[in-house]
Design a protein around this ligand. Structure first.
Ligand SMILES: NC(=O)c1ccc[n+]([C@@H]2O[C@H](COP(=O)([O-])OP(=O)(O)OC[C@H]3O[C@@H](n4cnc5c(N)ncnc54)[C@H](OP(=O)(O)O)[C@@H]3O)[C@@H](O)[C@H]2O)c1
Length: 267
């Protein structure tokens, strides 16, 4: 994909931390960044599954021998541990130019009244508290340098409350409000706050939501042509590689047959 002649220049040498880089949209963003920067970029890949991250590192290094990649284990829902894990980053990886808050999940499809405590805790601690704790740490260092980009991967679920999606939808609505406040708080400096809200995208998301039940997960996509992870990565990297004074503040990205969470055309 081409993002204009300056895209590679604008990414050159930057240290970019991507949460949820072990699969789906996060790993596609890592690949797309490496391709766009022609390997001249430093990626901190964050997730719980280190083996997956190691595989992504190996593939990218074989494609771009000069690329620098640091796989970093972190369970974002274990939010009290985040400050320590960030402090533990090697010194030459500790200055983050771009933070991509992508890790996120849904768990189950229950009505309020039947929600499992464990699901309530996992969804909010991953999608909200972990994201806020990490962003708080990274924004502090970006403000000191008066520079940096934060990308939030939200969801169109934030715009429309849907039965059986109370936890996930409200967690993404919270992200939306947090992101808007963050953008306003940083109006006088050079931080850019960029939000991308995907619609239906084929990833492991549905498999995680239905706790490994592949039949249920498949049904989520049947009759649709969902977006691919690269469709979203494309938009994220496009937004990130605009000129320094250009903020693509909020983008909603849906497949052709989806107008909202519930207004869709299924073949
Ligand atoms: N797929 C869609 O239709 C869709 C639509 C709108 C928005 N989104 C959003 O897109 C983002 C990426 O999801 P995806 O669709 O790419 O799903 P995915 O394939 O399941 O990827 C989720 C990623 O998040 C990581 N993650 C989950 N919980 C984590 C935790 N506690 N600590 C650290 N990392 C964690 C996972 O890594 P580990 O398991 O290795 O930790 C994985 O890399 C999410 O924020 C999701 O809400 C997805």
């Amino acid at each position: 994909m081409s993002y204009g002649t300056r895209a590679a220049e604008r990414l050159a040498g930057k240290t970019i931390l991507i949460t949820g880089a072990s699969s789906g949209i996060g790993s596609a963003i890592a690949n797309e960044l490496a391709d766009t920067a022609k390997g001249n970029v430093r990626l901190i890949l964050v997730a719980r599954r280190l083996l997956r991250l190691a595989e992504i590192k190996k593939n990218l290094e074989s494609k771009y021998p000069g690329i620098e990649i640091l796989p970093w284990e972190l369970d974002i829902s274990d939010f009290k541990r985040i400050p320590t894990r960030i402090k533990e980053l090697p010194k030459d990886w500790s200055k983050i130019d771009v933070l991509i808050n992508n890790a996120g999940m849904a768990q189950g499809a229950d009505l309020v009244g039947s929600l499992e405590i464990e699901a309530i805790e996992s969804v909010y601690s991953t999608n909200v508290i972990g994201l806020v704790v990490l962003t708080n740490l990274i924004v502090a260092q970006m403000k000191e340098r008066n520079k940096g980009d934060i990308v939030m991967i939200g969801s169109i679920s934030a715009y429309e409350a849907v039965p059986t999606s109370s936890l996930y939808g409200s967690s993404k609505a919270c992200l939306l409000s947090f992101t808007e406040a963050l953008r306003k708080e940083n109006i006088s400096n050079r931080l850019r706050i960029i939000e991308v809200d995907p619609g239906l995208t084929e990833t492991e998301f549905a498999l995680v939501k239905f706790e490994g039940d592949s039949e249920k997960a498949k049904k989520v996509y049947s009759g649709y042509e969902p977006l691919t992870t690269y469709d979203i990565a494309d938009v994220v990297v496009f937004n990130l590689t605009r000129a320094e004074n250009t903020v693509v503040a909020s983008t909603s990205v849906v497949p052709n047959n989806q107008a909202s969470c519930t207004f869709t055309y299924r073949q």
